[in-house]
Design a protein around this ligand. Structure first.
Ligand SMILES: Nc1ncnc2c1ncn2[C@@H]1O[C@H](COP(=O)(O)OP(=O)(O)O)[C@@H](O)[C@H]1O
Ligand SMILES: N[C@@H](CC(=O)OP(=O)(O)O)C(=O)O
Length: 431
């Protein structure tokens, strides 16, 4: 592994670059906390730009008119650049490429490949703006973060990525060239096509850079005080973990704690690189240190994952659910890339809770409906309580119909219908 001195990696997500004022705040943080020493800055698309690009892609793919939402997106980025006093033509060539890509998007079976070519523009535009605002180097990560062609969830080729990053950023360049700004969420195939790493994948990009370049730490700057025992937008009275192990964090992220992308932790844990979660609203505050540590049992953590779908498969002719049947079902789920969150089987039926996607579910039904009777429910929520106790369990399940439930010694999970109006402040308390 390359020794690159004291490289730090900072990651700024959509909320921290949502407008010109947020980008000025980012610049203050970099000036106050990022120096001295080499600094890599990973930036996501501004605000909700990725959602807007997803919608543009959907419209273009369906052959619908996308002029109005495209105008909104272009104006938004140009206005922010103008407000920051950046050159008028800063985004011109990227915006021209974006328009070309939209024009080339058509109704083919290449929905996912076209998605990556288009949706990646959110990060390209944001990094152009942030790099210019910081007067820092702009680095196109597409030739460096090498993935396979698994569209929308590119799998990283670690050897090729390490070689490319170390060649592009040798220790001397890192040490002397000042901070550089690059895109989160985005990678590229060996033959030059763009891939994305999965929604909210910019945290993972920060971990990839840290792993491949031997960084001393990664800091992800969020709009919360650190890693909490629940999402404060959903549960009142949350508690911050000052420190927490990689293992606990990986489980929370896997179950759906959206504050950290689940793939972020492993590369950092392998190299023993600490992950700091800090607030961009209060940069001097302690935050959370995720590292190799031992701690007493933590207070229960509550995780709520929405947009779930419960699918049950019954073999026709009342056959038992056998290993052969399961092989067929798992094969089809993998083929259409529906992620299993929870599963359970009985004598003649097998149920899985997956993330909902109308497009993927339709493909699944087409593959399996000849062999199985399939029922499904959508608009569901998967709740997880990690380190549960009787009280936390009682509070979260009270008044809810549990469609599927499962418990281990530490973790309790259940699927239920989406509440009519969020949990709000009258909802279940996080402690
Ligand atoms: N356990 C948790 N601790 C802290 N924040 C959480 C947790 N679970 C969910 N969140 C949510 O994650 C949000 C930050 O993540 P995200 O919006 O993806 O940030 P970014 O866009 O900056 O990457 C917080 O505003 C909070 O609502
Ligand atoms: N922009 C991408 C990647 C990402 O990680 O964003 P954020 O850091 O804002 O969660 C997304 O919205 O999925």
């Amino acid at each position: 592994m390359q020794e690159s001195g004291q490289l730090k990696v900072y990651k700024f997500g959509g909320a921290s670059v949502k407008d010109a004022a947020a980008i000025r705040n980012l610049a203050r943080i970099v000036r106050a906390h990022g120096q001295p020493g080499p600094l890599a800055i990973v930036v996501s698309a501004m605000g909700k730009t990725t959602n807007a690009l997803e919608e543009l892609h959907r419209l273009a793919h369906a052959g619908h008119d996308y002029t109005a939402p495209l105008r909104v997106l272009v104006d938004f980025h140009e206005d922010v650049a103008r407000e920051l006093g950046l050159p008028a033509d800063l985004l011109a060539s990227l915006l021209a490429q974006l328009r070309e890509q939209l024009a080339a998007t058509q109704a083919t079976d290449d929905f996912d490949r076209q998605y990556d070519q288009l949706v990646s523009f959110g990060e390209l535009l944001a990094t152009r703006i942030v790099a210019a605002a910081l007067e820092a180097r702009w680095l196109d990560c597409r030739p460096l973060i090498r993935t396979d062609a698994t569209w929308r969830e590119g799998r990283v080729d670690w050897a090729a990525t390490t070689a490319a990053l170390q060649a592009a950023l040798p220790a001397g360049v890192l040490a002397q060239g000042g901070p550089f700004v690059t895109q989160g969420f985005v990678g590229g195939t060996a033959d030059g096509l763009t891939t994305t790493l999965g929604r909210e994948g910019s945290d993972f990009t920060a971990a990839i850079l840290a792993y491949c370049l031997g960084a001393e730490s990664v800091t992800i700057w969020k709009d919360v005080a650190g890693l909490l025992n629940a999402d404060p937008k959903i549960f009142p009275n949350t508690v911050r973990y000052p420190e927490i192990s990689y293992q606990e964090t990986i489980e929370m992220a896997y179950y759906g704690a959206s504050v950290i992308h689940p793939k972020t932790i492993k590369p950092l844990a392998v190299r023993g690189i600490p992950l700091l979660v800090k607030s961009f609203l209060d940069p001097a505050a302690e935050g959370t240190r995720i590292h190799d540590c031992r701690h007493a049992l933590l207070v229960p953590a509550f995780i709520r994952k929405t947009d779930q779908c419960l699918i049950s498969f019954e073999s026709r002719e009342l056959d038992f659910i056998s290993e052969e049947n399961l092989q067929v079902i798992f094969g089809a789920l993998a083929q259409v890339r529906l992620k299993i969150r929870l599963m359970q089987n009985s004598a003649i039926s097998f149920s899985v809770c997956t993330d909902f996607s109308a497009y993927r579910l339709e493909k699944l039904l087409a593959l399996l409906r000849d062999q199985f009777t399939i029922h499904y429910n959508t608009d569901l929520v998967l709740y997880t309580i990690k380190n549960y106790d009787a009280e936390s369990l009682r509070r979260l399940t009270a008044g809810r119909e549990l469609l599927l439930e499962q418990r281990t010694r530490q973790t309790f999970q259940f699927v239920c219908r989406m509440e009519a109006q969020g949990l709000g402040n009258g909802g279940t308390e996080a402690r």
